[in-house]
Design a protein around this ligand. Sequence first.
Ligand code: AMP
Ligand code: MG
Length: 331
Amino acid sequence: MIDISHPKVRTAVHAVRQAASLMRLIQRETVVSSLTKGDKSPVTVADFASQAIIGRLLSQAFPDIPLVAEETSAALRTPDGTKILTQVTQYVGKIIVEATPESACDWIDCGGAEAGKQFWVLDPIDGTKGFLRGDQYAVALALVEDGVPQIGVLGCPNLRDASIPDLKGPGSLVLAVRGQGTWSTSLAEDEDQWKQLKVSSRGDPSQARLLRSFEAGHTNVSQIDELADWLGVQVEPVRMDSQAKYAVMAAGGGEVMVRLLSPDRLDYREKIWDQAAGAIILEEAGGRLTDLTGKPLDFSQGRTLKNNRGVLATNGLLHEKILQGLASIQA
Ligand code: AMP
Ligand code: MG
């Protein structure tokens, strides 16, 4: 059984639960006013509110552990951001009653720290485009030490796939602690029944279920097709946004996830918050992660995986075979 009494584990689980419950509320009320960030990805009231809540809870509980998170409050502090900031403050206030526009911005900016020897890393909503579509998204939080994730928590409010009975729901919380395995429970606050997750035992490449991004621009679609042909895959892929893909793989609902470099962004390096929580969740369930050349992911290089190119995540059994496939199609 996993020990969730450790303060860092307990706080991380609580913080993700709080943020995820608010995300559900925001999605129900369909408040998806979005600004456009410099990189054109939509960022919503929900992203900011999630980061503010988690920033506040972590900085109070662990003032000495830095937080590296995706968003900053800069856009909210401009005249164009006033309307969104008002909404963010209202939502954050449902959980932290003393929230003001100023304090909400400050809590968001708790996430501007440098990645050091030990740090939290947060994607307040991974898969914002999935969130906007009403599909999959995840609140993703990890604790990294010496470049290696030690705790990972994913809150996946829309994950309730009946084909994956091990994932509790509706709305799954998945937790991994290094050396203690990967476990899932419901996102409901009073739910304390944990079930251990294990990756699938499919070793036949023709039966490999590929978990693919919904957004074509986040990968190289034609190379994934080439890889599937090379492997002789005969089963349908699963298209899904966010690190919910890692939760599904950890629960045995898929075998392979590959992040190839988009032809438009060959210089792209993965952001640490897009991988850290999912990585430990998959590894502790028995899976394996490397970059496209087989190198371990190195989370010690600041805000990106600077030393790695793309990501290959598998149930372990298929890893070497797929590395061979990637070399052969020269991905
Ligand atoms: P997914 O849900 O698999 O589509 O991945 C979502 C994440 O992809 C977002 O959180 C972005 O940070 C990240 N992303 C954005 N642009 C790219 C890109 N060109 N290549 C890979 N990932 C990207
Ligand atoms: Mg993300």
